[in-house]
Design a binder for this molecule. Structure first.
Ligand SMILES: Nc1ncnc2c1ncn2[C@@H]1O[C@H](COP(=O)(O)OP(=O)(O)O)[C@@H](O)[C@H]1O
Ligand SMILES: [Mg+2]
Length: 348
C-alpha cells in the first residue's frame, strides 16, 4: 500500500506561501515526477510530505490518513536527498542496515533482505567498504538501498542523480526503474530535467513558481501542453499570435480551421516544436501552406542542426537532420497542421 494525496496544500517558510494550493494524487505503485526549474518549490513539497516542514494550509494524506500531526519519524515515507548523507565511519552494509537497526535488532529475515537490496542496487561485493571509499554513483546507490530496505509506503527522491555525470545518470535511471518493478514502491521523484521526468514516470506534474501548471502523462505534457508556458518549458520556441476570424485561426505565418466555435476577434496563440518545422530549398506545392523565409544562422548540435530563420519579421527556429543551410539562403518553411498546438482558453 502506498498512496499520497495532497489537498489544497500551501507551503512556505514564513507567512507567504511558496507552494500554492497544490492538489496531487499518487496511486499505489505509481511513479510520479514533479518537474520544474530551480526554485519552483520541488524540495519544499518533498520536505512537507516527509514531515520536515509543517504546511501553512491544506492536507497531506498517506495511505488515506492525514499525516499533518504526524512527526517525520512516524511517517511511512523516506526521502533520498540530492547529496547522499552517509555515515563515513560505517561500511556499506552497516549504512544500508542503519534504519532497520534504529527500529531494533536486525532479524535473520531482515539480514536476507539487506543482501537482496545490496544485489538489487549492484552493491554486492562492496558490503565491507567504508562509504568514504566509494564513488559518487556508488554512494547514491547506498543512499537508495538504505531507503528501500525500510519498505516505505512512499519513496521520495529529490534530484538524486543531478550530481552524477551523464552516463552514470542513465545507469541510475535504469536502476530506479528496476527497483520499482521489483519492489512496487510508490515513488515521488523530483527533477529539473525534463528528459528524466518524461522517461521515468507514469505521470508528470510541471511546477512553475510554486503552482502545478499541468499534470498528466509524459506524452500529454510533451505533445499537448496546457498553455504557452508549459510548452516553452518543454522546448517550444515558435509561437504564432493570431486572431479568430469566422471559423479560422489567422496569424501572419500560419492559419488553420478551429476545432470549435470561438467568437471572432478572440486572440489566440499556437506553437510548433522546432523538430516539427519542415524546411525545403525548392517549394513543394504538394505540401500545402508554406511561407518564404531567410536563414539567419545555424548551429550544429550533433544529431541535428538548429536553423534560425526569419519570415515577415518573425523568427522561426527549426531542428534539421542536415547541416547544409547557409546564412542568407532563401528557403520554404512548412508547419504540418497536425504538429501545431493551438492554445484555446478553457473559459472561451
Ligand atoms: N529554508 C528556507 N527558508 C526560506 N526560503 C526558502 C528555504 N528553502 C527554500 N526557500 C525558498 O523557497 C523557494 C523554493 O525552494 P525549493 O523548494 O528548494 O525549490 P526547488 O527544489 O524547486 O529548487 C525558493 O525561492 C527558495 O529560495
Ligand atoms: Mg530542490
Amino acid at each position: 500500500m502506498g498512496t499520497l494525496e495532497l489537498n489544497s496544500l500551501s507551503l512556505g517558510y514564513g507567512d507567504d506561501p511558496i507552494v500554492k494550493d497544490l492538489d496531487l494524487t499518487i496511486t499505489d505503485g505509481e511513479m510520479v515526477s514533479l518537474l520544474g526549474p530551480s526554485g519552483a518549490g520541488k524540495t519544499t513539497i518533498l520536505k512537507a510530505v516527509a514531515g520536515l516542514l509543517p504546511p501553512l494550509s491544506g492536507d497531506i494524506r498517506i495511505d488515506g490518513k492525514s499525516v499533518r500531526e504526524q512527526p517525520a519519524e512516524h511517517r511511512d515515507a523516506v526521502l533520498v536527498f540530492q547529496q547522499p548523507l552517509l555515515f563515513p565511519f560505517m561500511n556499506v552494509e552497516q549504512n544500508v542496515g542503519f534504519g532497520l537497526r534504529m527500529r531494533g535488532s536486525i532479524t535473520s529475515t531482515e539480514k536476507t533482505r539487506i543482501q537482496e537490496i545490496l544485489r538489487l542496487t549492484q552493491l554486492d561485493g562492496l558490503e565491507k567498504r567504508k562509504t568514504g571509499q566509494l564513488s559518487g554513483g556508488q554512494q547514491q546507490r547506498v543512499s537508495l538501498a538504505r531507503a528501500i530496505v525500510l519498505k516505505p509506503s512512499l519513496l521520495l527522491l529529490d534530484e538524486p542523480f543531478s550530481n552524477l555525470d551523464a552516463n552514470l545518470r542513465q545507469d541510475m535511471r535504469d536502476l530506479v526503474r528496476q527497483i520499482r518493478s521489483e519492489t512496487q514502491i510508490t515513488m515521488l521523484f523530483v527533477t529539473h530535467d525534463q528528459t528524466e521526468a518524461l522517461m521515468m514516470s507514469d505521470k508528470v506534474g510541471l511546477l512553475l513558481d510554486g503552482r502545478m501548471r499541468q499534470f498528466g502523462t509524459p506524452q500529454e505534457l510533451f505533445h499537448q501542453p496546457a498553455d504557452p508556458d508549459v510548452a516553452r518549458f518543454f522546448g517550444a520556441v515558435n509561437f504564432f499570435h493570431g486572431v479568430v476570424r469566422g471559423d479560422l485561426f489567422l496569424s501572419e505565418l500560419y492559419q488553420c480551421p478551429l476545432p470549435r466555435h470561438l467568437d471572432s476577434g478572440t486572440n489566440l496563440s499556437a506553437t510548433i516544436r522546432p523538430e516539427d518545422v519542415v524546411i525545403s530549398l525548392n517549394g513543394d506545392r504538394g505540401r500545402g501552406h508554406q511561407v518564404d523565409a531567410t536563414v539567419r544562422r545555424t548551429n550544429f548540435e550533433g544529431m541535428t542542426t538548429r536553423v534560425w530563420m526569419s519570415s515577415r519579421n518573425h523568427d522561426i527556429v527549426a531542428l534539421h537532420p542536415e547541416q547544409h543551410f547557409l546564412p542568407g539562403q532563401k528557403v520554404h518553411v512548412h508547419f504540418p497542421p497536425d504538429k501545431v498546438r493551438l492554445f484555446i482558453p478553457d473559459n472561451e
